[in-house]
Design a protein around this ligand. Structure first.
Ligand SMILES: Cc1ncc(COP(=O)(O)O)c(C=O)c1O
Length: 352
């Protein structure tokens, strides 16, 4: 599959210098990939300078939100550079597209796009192992018009951000969201990565921060009784030495980190149970010590330990063990897997 490469990109990368303190998703490689869907096909895949977009005010994405994205990473392992699980991200991107009537982008085109962006951006990815290259592929409807319908044209873009840690704290305080729900209901869009899911979460995120928490924990929208996931991460507890997480219904995102942890836990001899987690049972098991540890996981933040769950009104349930033994063991294994330091299924690591 061919991608057109603008020869100016190499000089642009060479001229770019980034600060030492990168943070997360703040600084960008000066190049990007784009492709256009027009006349019933994806076309014009090219790698070119990062540039602003000029969009008509009646561009459909502004009005009806037809937009999806992925979040994935490239890692350095000594002298080599690789992308982690690009095919799985490509497939999830297709599921997201399908759900909101965006034409699927071929897996091969997705993989070529992320590979070439990463290859050309390599000089900007620091050697030090606390850094990664966060890759953000996205698609939005760029047809002009106000009729409510699926757009007939779309733009696919991929940008990349050399990044450090997502959370600056060692453990997070999580607010149980009792009042609002994301777009995640049975038959809704929670199981895919549409931008609207995140728009729905932002008021809760704001309220959580005002109340002194880092993030919101979403409950199922039907009964409000069961834990689903975080705004951008999946949720796990350690109960009596076993790893427990809610099963994938059709409203939880099938996290690639979650799936990696299933594989790693098996290797480490830790039992994983997919089981509905009633919020009230979890808070009481935290209090009585049956739940020993709790963590959240995703591409952006890896494994982050939960220090406490709490209500917006103030009552909170502190975990007995923060960054406890199982959380720490799994975090180490996850880092090693993502960095290509331990054996994993071979299609998970795409060397650049
Ligand atoms: C809602 C939601 N859940 C879970 C995750 C974790 O998924 P992954 O491990 O594939 O990054 C993400 C991040 O993409 C997310 O946005």
């Amino acid at each position: 599959l061919s991608i057109k490469i603008d020869p100016n990109i190499y000089a642009l990368v060479k001229q770019t210098s980034l600060p030492e303190d990168l943070g997360f998703g703040k600084y960008f490689s000066p190049i990007m990939v784009s492709a256009h869907y027009q006349n019933n096909r994806w076309q014009n895949l090219c790698l070119k300078p990062y540039e602003s977009l000029v969009l008509d005010p009646a561009t459909m994405v502004f009005h009806y939100g037809q937009s999806i994205f992925e979040g994935m990473k490239a890692y350095r392992n000594n002298d080599s550079l690789h992308i982690y699980r690009p095919i799985d991200h490509a497939k999830r991107f297709q599921l997201s597209a399908c759900r909101i009537a965006i034409p699927e982008l071929p897996v091969e085109m997705f993989v070529t796009a992320v590979t070439e962006l990463t290859r050309a951006s390599a000089p900007l990815i620091p050697q030090d192992e606390i850094f990664t290259f966060y890759i953000r592929p996205f698609i939005f409807a760029d047809q002009i018009g106000l009729g409510v319908k699926a757009s007939e044209s779309y733009l696919f873009l991929v940008i990349g951000s050399p990044s450090g840690d997502y959370f600056s704290d060692q453990a997070v305080r999580v607010m149980i969201e009792r009042k609002y729900y994301r777009s995640a209901a049975s038959g809704g869009t929670g199981a895919v990565k549409t931008s609207g899911n995140y728009a729905c979460s932002l008021l809760s995120d704001y309220n959580a921060k005002v109340a002194g928490f880092h993030q919101s924990l979403w409950l199922d929208s039907k009964s409000g009784k069961y834990i689903e996931e975080m705004t951008g991460m999946n949720f796990f507890v350690v109960r009596k030495g076993k790893l427990v997480t809610p099963p994938l219904n059709n409203s939880i995102l099938s996290g690639i980190t979650r799936n990696t942890l299933f594989y790693l836990a098996k290797e480490l001899g830790i039992e994983v149970v997919e089981k509905p987690l009633p919020i009230d049972e979890v808070t009481s098991d935290i209090t009585n010590g049956q739940i020993e540890e709790c963590f959240i996981c995703g591409t952006a933040a890896g494994i982050t330990s939960v220090a406490l769950l709490g209500e917006e009104s103030g009552q909170s349930y502190a975990l007995h063990s923060v960054n406890g033994p199982i959380t720490t063991k799994l975090r180490q294994a996850l880092n090693n897997a993502q960095r290509g330091k331990i054996p994993v299924p071979k299609e998970w690591i795409l060397k650049i």
